[in-house]
Design a protein around this ligand. Structure first.
Ligand code: PRP
Length: 188
């Protein structure tokens, strides 16, 4: 794995969450989910692309006969003004009727995406739906009653990249989570 002196790290102002901190939390979360879903076979849904790195680490910490699904979605509207409607780019391969569903996200920001997604999956008849997120930015929440069931780290309202999170599709492969230098996005 690349180390924190790597070239792409030069674009960060600081590291916010280290790979060691992430690994410890992911392990803990895996144990918690294993305990909470004893006797069940949950369907774990990875929300692409941001959730992919977290998802692949998390599933390997869960000692249950889970199945994996991948879903790609995008919000209508601009980044600053989402309409609240989510477009499905890649749907689930199997139906989730009467299944216990766990949605795995990299970040909950306004909450608009997950709120819509949860409603959609409820409508498809899931037996239960829980939300797992790596990062939560509570300061940005616009959806009042969205319940995030498992959250690893609460973070301040800063532009973070790494461990799945991108800026303009780049930096997803950083093993740590860092704050992107404004120099990078102010160039535009
Ligand atoms: C991010 C993230 C969530 C959503 C959170 O996805 O993965 O899906 O935004 O924002 P919200 O809480 O304000 O709705 P993004 O659209 O950046 O796609 P990506 O995962 O492919 O990077």
């Amino acid at each position: 794995m690349i180390d924190a002196n790597g070239t792409i790290y030069q674009d960060l102002t600081k590291i916010l969450v280290t790979r060691e901190e992430i690994a410890a939390k992911v392990k803990e979360l895996g144990r918690l989910i294993t305990r909470d879903y004893q006797g069940k076979s949950p369907v774990m849904i990875c929300i692409l692309k941001g959730g992919a790195v977290f998802f692949t680490d998390l599933v390997r910490e869960i000692d249950l006969p889970i199945t994996m699904e991948f879903m790609a979605i995008s919000s209508y509207g601009s980044a600053t003004k989402t309409s609240g409607v989510v477009k499905v780019i890649k749907d689930l391969d199997n139906d989730i009727l009467n299944k216990d569903v766990i949605i795995v996200e990299d970040i909950v920001d306004s909450g608009v995406t997950l709120n819509y997604l949860k409603g959609m999956l409820e409508h498809r008849g899931a037996a239960s739906i829980r939300i797992v997120t790596l990062l939560d930015k509570p300061a940005r929440r616009r959806v009042e009653n969205l319940k995030v069931d498992y959250s690893c780290f609460n973070i301040p309202d800063e532009f973070v990249v790494g461990y799945g999170l991108d800026y303009d599709q780049t930096y997803r492969n950083l093993p740590d989570i860092g704050v992107l230098s404004p120099k990078v996005y102010e160039k535009e």
